[in-house]
Design a protein around this ligand. Structure first.
Ligand code: NDP
Length: 346
């Protein structure tokens, strides 16, 4: 096991290939709210922890304009909260490595985890916390991929400003669609919310705000069947289908924002891990997966809801449980139940 928090233990480096092997106590995959919180707790426990992130620290916070449901912050910009999380975790000693895409997490025969990055670097650790979140679900309709970036988007905060004065549509009926439709009225002249049923599943407070906004019109019981563009290759029409009346019609719109859920990023786990019907990882109350020593936290975990608050709650438990697991290994009792390990040290 590595000791101290004074920098990576480079245990092997291959000069020819440039591939290196590092040792940590805990490797955290993903730097969204869950990953950053796990990093903070691991750092406080004086564990040698690294957080591997394919982009920048922040995760879904970077795709959300305003956060209004994080206790203590009545209203905070997503990227500001991300910065605060990052600074806080780094202050307690968590090491962040950005632009590192994890390709595989595998438990080796001796129980050590091998986390392999896209550049071939290997990170060895007795425990891993996977907080890799999810990827936006696509509609899978004709034109969706063709007009991606030319009208079709999955990120309101990234692309909203391109639609100043435009008429656009948002698809979905969950928190993301409801919140982002509202956000997009900052730029768009008119926002249609196209939902396949006759009621939204989003929280009541978000619905209330949506219905009160005169720029938003909900198109109920309908799906977008195709996205069609103009000669210049830009989206200009959506083919709508009302599932109740079976009516089909064209809707003129230059933007299509799709918020129909997330698919958990679980593909990096090399071995079979228990998951639910939707593919979300099932954990025990300590956030431990069906693989001993592998913990999961945040949006890729099977649970009732996925919020910043639940992500950090998961991560707190996962980091503390990981610390207890490390203590069991140190004491030569790797198979003993985590709740029977010694106390949390932070
Ligand atoms: P959800 O799974 O909550 O909602 C997905 C929506 O898309 C549903 O309304 C669903 O319809 C609809 N849908 C799914 N597939 C299709 C399809 N093929 N065609 C048309 N419509 C489709 O996902 P979200 O991304 O909204 O939210 C994910 C999680 O993140 C939730 O737990 C949510 O609470 C949380 N979240 C919280 C936020 C906040 O609190 N500020 C902000 C954003 C997300 P149907 O209802 O018929 O199933």
């Amino acid at each position: 096991m590595a000791d101290g928090i004074s920098g990576p233990d480079l245990v092997a480096g291959d000069k020819l290939s440039g591939v290196s092997t590092y040792e940590y106590d805990v490797v955290i995959v993903g730097a969204g709210p869950a990953g950053m919180c796990a990093g903070m707790y691991a750092g406080r426990a004086m564990l040698k922890a690294v957080v591997l992130e394919r982009g920048f620290p922040g995760g879904e916070l970077l795709n959300t304009e305003l956060i209004e449901d994080y206790p203590g912050f009545e209203s905070v910009l997503g990227h500001e909260l991300a910065e605060k999380f990052h600074t806080h975790a780094a202050k307690f000693g968590a090491e962040f490595r950005t632009s590192v895409t994890v390709e595989k997490v595998k438990r080796l025969d001796d129980g050590t985890f091998e986390t392999v990055a896209d550049n071939g670097d290997r990170y060895l650790s007795p425990t891993v916390i996977v907080t890799a979140g999810g990827t936006p679900v696509k509609l899978g309709i004709p034109g969706e991929l063709e007009y991606a970036g030319k009208g079709v988007s999955y990120c309101a905060i990234c692309d909203g400003a391109f639609f100043r004065g435009h008429t656009i549509a948002v698809v979905g009926g969950g928190d993301a669609a409801t919140e982002e439709a509202y956000f997009l009225t900052r730029y768009a002249e008119k926002v249609y919310l196209v939902h396949r049923r006759d009621s939204l599943r989003s929280s009541k407070i978000l619905q209330q705000r949506l219905f009160a906004n005169p720029k938003i019109e909900v198109i109920w019981d309908s799906v977008v069947e195709a996205a069609v563009g103009d000669a210049a290759g830009l989206l200009n029409t959506l083919k709508l289908h009302n599932l109740k009346t079976d009516e089909r019609r064209d809707l003129k719109a230059t933007g299509l924002f799709v918020f129909v859920g997330f698919r958990p990023n679980t593909g990096i786990i090399a071995d079979h891990v228990n998951h639910d019907d939707m593919g979300y990882i099932v954990t025990d109350p300590h956030m431990q997966t069906s693989i001993r020593g592998l913990f999961a936290a945040g949006d890729l975990r099977s649970q009732l809801t996925r919020q910043v608050t639940t992500a950090v709650g998961d991560a707190t438990t996962a980091a503390i449980a990981a610390e207890k697991y490390l203590k069991l290994i140190k004491d030569g009792q790797p198979e003993v139940a985590i709740e029977n390990a010694g106390g949390y040290s932070a």
